[in-house]
Design a protein around this ligand. Structure first.
Ligand SMILES: [Cu+2]
Length: 499
C-alpha cells in the first residue's frame, strides 16, 4: 500500500514538472525568449541566496541542538588525560575550516546572484592575478602548517611510550572475528609471552605456559581500570584488521595481525563520575528505553565502551565490550576475584607442562590451608583427639607403602608443625578404598601410616610422639561406588592427640 502511494506521488510530481515546462514554453512564445531568460535568472539568483541563508541557519541550529550528544562538547568531554588535547585539535581545525566554510558558501551563492546574466551587462575576461594567487596559496599553507604542527606536537605527546617509573598497568587486547580477548597480567604485574604456534582450542592466545609470568594472567569479560592510573594497552589481532576504539577516552588504534601496536592513556573519571556529569543535562534524563517511560534514565544506564572501529566482517557489531572505571579500592577487590586462565582451564590438562607437579603457589596455598586447619583444632579443646585432618598430597606408589616425591611438600608441613610444637603428639592413620581384599587393605594402610611416621623419625622427630595406625577400608568418607569417591577414601590422616 505504501509503495502504491509513493508511486502515485512520484507520478503526480512528474506530471506537474511536465505541465510547468509546457507553461514556460507558452510564456516565452508570448513574451519573447530573452525576457523570460533574464526573468528566470533573477528568480534563480534570489532563490540561491535564500537557500544559502536557510542552509547556514540549519547548520548552526542543528549543531547547537545536538551539541550535548557530540564527543568533546557538553557532558561528553574527554574522560582521559590526553583526550583534551585531541579535542583541542578538533576545535582548532573546526575554527579555521568553519571560517572558510562560511566565507566560501556566502561568496558562492552571493556571486551566483550578483553576477547573474542581465540585459546590457557583459562578462569581462580576467586572465589571472599573481597577487591573488599568492594570497590564496600562502594563507592556506600557513594555516595548514599551524594545524599539522599542532597535530605533530600532540601526537608525540600522546604516543610517548611508558617509562618504568610511570608504574603503568599493562593489559592486552587481542581482536579476532568477532570479539576481544582482554588479558590482564595478574598479581605479578607482567604479561607472559605468547607464540602463535602454541595456539590450541584451550589456549586461544598461544600463551607459553613454561613462562611462569603466564600462570597468573587472566582474561576478563569487561575492561576494568582504576581511575588516575596510567594504562598501556598492547593491541594485536589474530585474523584481520580490527581497531581498538574507546571513544570516551579518545583512544583509537589499529589492531594489526602480526604487528603489535599500543596506546597509553590515563582515565580521569570513574564511570559513576561520568554518569553524574551526564545527569546535569536534560537530554540524558530521558528514559533509556524510548518505548518504556518508566525505564531508567539514560544517564544511569550509561557505560563506557570498547568498540571495533574497523569494518572487520559480518559480526563486527558484536565486538562491543563494556569498560568500567573504578576507584583504586574497587579495582583491587575486582582483581582479587579474578581467576587465572592457566589455573582454571590449563592446570593438569595435557597442555600443562607442570602436570603432576606442584607449583610454588600451590605449595604455598596448601601450607596456608594446612596451618589454618591445624590452628582451628589447636584453639578448640573439643577437637583435640577427635578432628581428623586429611593430609593432602601425601601419595604412595600403587599397592605399595613407598612415598612418592610429590608427598614431600605435605611432609614438610608436618615436620614444621612438629618442630614448632615440641610437645605435640599425633596419630597418623592410613585408609584405603574397598577394592580388593579387606585384610590386605588393612595391612597396606598400616604400612603406609608407618611409612609416614618413619619418614618423620628419619627427619629428627621423636618416635614416641607419633602413633601410626591403619584402618583399612573401615572408615570411608565417601561411598566407594565412584572413582572420585574411592580416591577420597584412599588417604592419610592426622589427628592431634595433645598440644
Ligand atoms: Cu573488528
Amino acid at each position: 500500500m505504501t509503495a502504491l502511494v509513493i508511486f502515485g506521488i512520484i507520478a503526480l510530481l512528474a506530471i506537474v514538472v511536465v505541465q510547468i515546462g509546457k507553461l514556460s514554453d507558452l510564456r516565452s512564445k508570448i513574451m519573447g525568449e530573452e525576457d523570460i531568460q533574464y526573468q528566470n535568472n533573477d528568480i534563480t539568483g534570489k532563490l540561491l541566496v535564500l537557500f544559502m541563508v536557510g542552509f547556514l541557519i540549519f547548520c548552526v541550529v542543528s549543531a547547537l541542538y545536538y551539541k550535548n550528544w557530540m564527543l568533546g562538547y557538553g557532558p561528553l568531554k574527554s574522560a582521559s588525560e590526553h583526550g583534551g588535547s585531541i579535542d583541542g585539535l578538533f576545535n582548532t581545525t573546526l575554527f579555521f575550516t568553519g571560517i572558510v566554510f562560511v566565507v566560501t558558501q556566502v561568496l558562492l551563492f552571493w556571486y551566483a546572484y550578483k553576477y547573474r546574466s542581465q540585459r546590457g551587462r557583459k562578462a569581462i575576461y580576467f586572465p589571472g592575478s599573481t597577487k591573488l594567487e599568492l594570497v590564496w596559496s600562502i594563507v592556506p599553507s600557513i594555516v595548514l602548517v599551524i594545524l599539522v604542527a599542532n597535530g605533530l606536537i600532540a601526537w608525540n605527546d600522546i604516543m610517548a611510550d611508558t617509562r618504568p617509573e610511570d608504574n603503568a598497568l599493562e593489559i592486552e587486547a587481542t581482536g579476532y572475528q568477532f570479539a576481544w580477548n582482554i588479558r590482564y597480567p595478574g598479581p605479578d604485574g607482567e604479561l607472559g609471552t605468547k607464540n602463535y604456534k602454541k595456539i590450541t582450542g584451550l589456549n586461544g592466545l598461544g600463551q607459553d605456559w613454561t613462562d611462569i609470568k603466564n600462570l597468573d594472567d587472566f582474561n576478563a569479560d569487561e575492561i576494568v581500570l582504576p581511575v588516575g592510573k596510567k594504562v598501556r594497552v598492547r593491541i594485536t589481532s589474530k585474523d584481520v584488521l580490527h581497531n581498538f576504539y574507546l571513544p570516551h577516552f579518545r583512544v583509537k588504534m589499529d589492531a594489526v595481525p602480526g604487528l603489535p601496536t599500543h596506546f597509553v592513556f590515563t582515565p580521569i573519571k570513574t564511570t559513576e563520575e561520568f554518569r553524574e556529569g551526564l545527569r546535569q543535562y536534560k537530554e540524558y534524563q530521558a528514559p533509556s528505553d524510548p518505548n518504556d517511560p518508566a525505564s531508567e534514565p539514560l544517564w544511569k544506564t550509561f557505560n563506557y565502551e570498547l568498540g571495533c572501529a574497523e569494518l572487520c566482517g559480518i559480526g563486527h557489531y558484536s565486538m562491543r565490550r563494556l569498560v568500567r572505571i573504578v576507584s583504586e579500592q574497587e579495582y583491587e577487590s575486582w582483581l582479587a576475584s579474578q581467576k587465572s586462565t592457566y589455573m582454571t582451564s590449563i592446570r593438569n590438562s595435557d597442555e600443562d607442562p607442570f602436570k603432576g607437579q606442584l607449583l610454588d603457589v600451590e605449595v604455598k596455598a596448601r601450607r596456608d590451608a594446612f596451618f589454618s586447619e591445624v590452628d582451628k583444632i589447636i584453639k578448640d579443646d573439643n577437637l583435640i583427639g577427635k578432628e581428623a585432618l586429611r593430609l593432602e598430597n601425601i601419595q604412595f606408589e600403587t599397592g605399595s607403602d613407598k612415598l612418592t616425591a610429590f608427598s614431600k611438600y605435605e611432609l614438610d608441613n608436618l615436620i614444621e608443625l612438629m618442630v614448632n610444637n615440641s610437645t605435640m603428639t599425633i596419630e597418623l592413620s592410613g585408609h584405603t578404598d574397598n577394592t580388593g581384599d579387606a585384610a590386605a587393605n588393612l595391612d597396606l594402610s598400616n604400612r603406609r601410616a608407618a611409612a609416614v611416621r618413619d619418614y618423620l623419625v628419619s627427619r629428627g622427630i621423636q618416635a614416641e610422639r607419633m602413633k601410626s595406625v591403619g584402618y583399612g577400608q573401615t572408615r570411608p568418607v565417601e561411598p566407594n561406588d565412584t572413582e572420585a569417591g574411592r580416591q577420597k577414601n584412599r588417604r592419610t590422616e592426622l589427628r592431634i592427640l595433645s598440644k
